[in-house]
Design a protein around this ligand. Sequence first.
Ligand code: KG4
Ligand code: ZN
Length: 350
Amino acid sequence: MAEEAHSLVIDQVVRQALDNANLTENDLSAVAVTIGPGLSLCLRVGVQKARRIAGQFSLPIVGVHHMEAHALVARLIEKNLQFPFLALLISGGHNLLILAHELGHYLQLGTTIDDAIGEAYDKTARWLGLDMRKGGGPALEELAMEGDPNSINFSIPMKQHKDCNFSYAGLKTQVRLAMESRKISPGSDPISLTNSEGRRSRADIAASFQRVAVLHLEERCQRAIEWALKIEPSIKYLVVSGGVASNKYVRARLNHVVENNNLQLVCPPPSLCTDNGVMIAWTGIEHFLSGRFDPPPPDNEPEDAMFELRPRWPLGEEYLQGKSEARSMKKARMYPSLTSMIQDSLQQQS
Ligand code: KG4
Ligand code: ZN
């Protein structure tokens, strides 16, 4: 279904983007396209389209890492944001703390050992019977404003692990248990059908969940700032990006952490935090200008031509001190990281 949804709209989305920009393909200097990480069926739709345009108009092609794009789009809105900087990337599929040394060179200080925070927001929203049409995260953020964030004492994940990794599976279980003890059955009745007492009870769960979910981010960011400043003392900025970064509570709480450490927060506007094409184009520009791109593919490339997709593709190498025994990531069929690929090719050139 996801593949079909992509195939159905890809042509008109590209057409509309060009029309809105008052451009034609002839005005382009290159085509940037996401090649990973993500569902290969969906990646393929985008890459095929990009290769068709690039082939037809003889344009170079830039393969982009989705999470790098979430981080780098901050440089489009904050022109003073120079490398090195620290980035917290929070989305539906990823929770990453990254030290960006320079373009294409990233050190992974932490990642999630199970679920990403966006997933936990979505799941909690669905269980609480919220209207998912505008997205689980925004719906939960809204309901949380009505609730008491201190009404339920959820425990903060991974307190005993003094690293920068994340875990949200346990918090999800705590939410389920809290619902059961309040006789709310997960996902079975829409909040619009409950009375005011029931609504209040769900708002309390939402607010308490959000408080603890974000406290976990705050604790990890504080530690990551300490680690990062030891490695790169010149760091001045923490970038917070990815869909969950459009949450006002998340921004406000992280802004405190950042200010307490005399750093500055850069958080793109919500339209550039949630998945968008601008961030891919911008990252394409950054790599294109540094000479990293592929030559135009042949015109009329056959539909079944082979090209590379990278469904599982880390952004950077893991920081050794940050390696956690709690991590259970499967390494099978994983690509070498973007950073190690770029470093290898630089070495081969010299
Ligand atoms: O970056 P993104 O658009 O897509 C992925 O790469 O995953 O992030 C989507 C995630 C979803 O889980 C969505 O519920 C969450 O971001 N999200 C939010 C908010 N807006 C989007 N979570 C909490 N509060 C929000 N306001
Ligand atoms: Zn994303």
